[in-house]
Write a protein that binds this ligand. Structure first.
Ligand code: IMP
Ligand code: MG
Length: 179
């Protein structure tokens, strides 16, 4: 029999919704006349992006990029690659990268450098969660929802071994022997 690990709510859907509204209000002021390109990093950001853009009452474009993930464990292999690139040119555009969680910083620092090489007008970063205790490379987060301690979390798009993305709350997995 497969036993499911115990989950404990860390950030409720109500608190997430309030943070999304707060971030959208900040972003809306900064990007009002800029027709930003919102770039979600797949797969983890898909829920956050969909809620965030529905709170943004400004003209914008949304697209996604898929980067190599670290597999089913949380440790970084140290090298990030593009699996599915953006289908649009970003030269001259105001790009806002949207990420679910920033941990070592390797993914977002790679992506921001990669995008900056393509001549955008600006690149900024929005992340729902920051886990600064495990940072390897510094990352400037322009719009941040929550800072969490060094815990493994799931839900609201964030997975453990591809599971739990559909949870409405952000939860901690209470399980021994996980990655
Ligand atoms: P970074 O390159 O280490 O900053 O990696 C960030 C990515 O690692 C996130 O987008 C997640 O996909 C994954 N990640 C980091 N921490 C967690 C966690 O607590 N739960 C699930 N995925 C995580
Ligand atoms: Mg991610």
């Amino acid at each position: 029999m497969v036993t499911e690990p115990e989950l404990e709510v860390l950030i409720s859907k109500r608190k997430i919704a309030a943070a999304v509204r707060r971030l959208a209000a900040e972003i809306q002021v900064d990007y009002r006349d800029k027709y930003p390109l919102i770039v979600g990093i797949l797969k983890g950001s898909f829920v956050f992006v969909s809620d965030l853009v529905r709170c943004l009452d400004i003209p914008l474009q949304v697209d996604f990029i898929r980067l190599s993930s670290y597999g089913s464990c949380t440790e970084s292999a140290g090298k990030v690659t593009v699996i599915n690139d953006l289908p649009v040119h970003i030269q001259g555009r105001h790009v806002l990268v949207v990420e679910d969680i920033i941990d070592t910083g390797l993914t977002t620092s790679f992506l921001c450098d990669y995008l900056r090489q393509q001549g955008p007008a600006s690149v900024k970063l929005c992340s729902l969660i920051d886990k600064p205790s495990r940072r390897i490379v510094p990352v400037k987060i322009d719009y941040l929802g929550f800072t969490v301690p060094n815990l493994f979390i799931v839900g609201y798009g964030i997975d453990y071994d591809e599971k739990y993305r559909n949870l409405p709350d952000i939860c901690i997995i209470k399980e021994e022997g996980k990655c």
